[in-house]
Design a protein around this ligand. Structure first.
Ligand code: SAH
Length: 339
């Protein structure tokens, strides 16, 4: 039987139309699934008994199965879920003073194989469906009994290689009868899939865009991120300029600082030069380590120097405090391990 969660609101409307039910039934079903988070048709009390029976006989409601979860000292908690096809999904919940962030995965494994990222070490299986992305948030809400304030597409996978489903997920996340989180509180982070950036420039929703830049010269970026062969730095920056022209939304550039690879003063000056034309923020992320890699984060002194150069060039610079490193829940550490 088909999973009713696999229907977008538009598809639910078509479904009820074909059954000669009123259109509002579609809104009711959607609300029960995504806002009220029920997993049983018989609980959908504002639908007639007959309708509930019909749904029950023709559809199922699936949920993710929690097969692992681990909590770090700082409260960060990571979850390992199993899907109906036995694939696994990993999601992180990051509680801070004002923010409660859910970091979702968009793919099973990652095809990009960035050298510094643990998620590239596991084989890529498939894209996640929108409802599998939404279910990550739903399960965390239910399990921890919290309302997330922010959603970041920074878990396993490259969201812009799964843009259709990511956009459908965003519909549910932002819907007042879904998760009700405003688009401004959603960040899509990409390794720089140029077509995806152009597409995002055309959508109305004000989701935030973050680009994992990580180097300022193609040679180094290619070494760190093989996808750079297909989308070199100049092409990415051109797409970012277009994005700014179209949306007037500041982009965030993420830069993972790796000792002796991309952390020199020269790198900082070069970064400040290449981003000049793009109103942006820079988010520095000291490299998070994981087994099987020899990279190191720079010393604090070197990080501060890098930051100072950018601040003096008038950039808004933030240093990302990664969360839950000791349980491998920090940026770039997820690989279905350590439960
Ligand atoms: N594929 C997307 C989203 C996942 S990665 C992307 O590349 O943006 C989310 C962020 O974590 C990226 O900015 C990435 O550069 C960063 N990251 C990856 N591995 C890391 C590591 N080992 N330490 C610190 N940050 C890392």
């Amino acid at each position: 039987m088909e999973n009713i969660k696999s229907f977008t609101l538009k598809e639910l409307k078509e479904l009820v139309e074909n059954l000669n039910w009123p259109e509002y039934s579609a809104y009711q079903i959607f609300q029960w699934l995504w806002q009220k988070k029920v997993n049983d048709f018989s609980l959908m009390s504002n639908l007639s008994k007959l309708k509930r029976e019909y749904l029950k006989n023709n559809y199922i409601i699936t949920e993710l199965k929690i097969i692992g979860n681990k909590k770090a000292k700082d409260g960060t908690e990571k979850f390992l879920f199993e899907l109906y096809d036995n694939n696994k999904v990993e999601t992180v919940f990051i509680p801070e003073e004002k923010r409660k962030t859910v970091c979702v995965s968009s793919q099973i494994g990652c095809p990009l194989k960035c050298l510094f990222c643990n998620s590239g070490k596991i084989s890529f299986k498939r894209n996640l469906y929108f409802y599998e992305i939404c279910d990550q948030i739903l399960m965390i809400e239910k399990k921890l009994n919290i309302k997330p304030t922010n959603i970041v597409f920074m878990g396993i996978g490259e969201p812009l290689l799964n843009l259709e489903e990511v956009l459908k997920a965003i519909q549910v996340i932002t819907s007042p009868i879904g998760f009700g989180i405003s688009a401004r509180k959603i960040t899509i982070s990409t390794a720089g899939i140029v077509e995806g950036i152009y597409r995002l420039a055309e959508i109305k929703k004000k989701v935030k865009l973050a680009i994992s830049l990580n180097a300022t010269k193609d040679e180094i970026r290619e070494y760190l991120m093989p996808i750079n062969k297909k989308y070199p730095i100049s092409e990415i920056l051109k797409a970012c300029e277009y994005y700014w022209q179209k949306k007037r939304e500041r982009i965030t550039f993420e830069y993972v600082l790796i000792r002796d690879i991309n952390d020199s003063e020269e790198d900082a000056y070069s970064l400040s030069r290449i981003l000049k034309k793009i109103p942006c923020k820079i988010n520095l992320i000291p490299f998070n380590s994981f087994p099987s890699i020899s990279f190191q984060p720079p010393s604090l002194k070197r990080i501060e120097k890098f930051m100072k150069i950018l601040v003096e060039a008038n950039y808004t610079v933030t240093l990302r405090k990664s969360h839950g490193q000791e349980i491998l829940a920090g940026c770039g550490q997820l690989a279905y391990q350590n439960y």
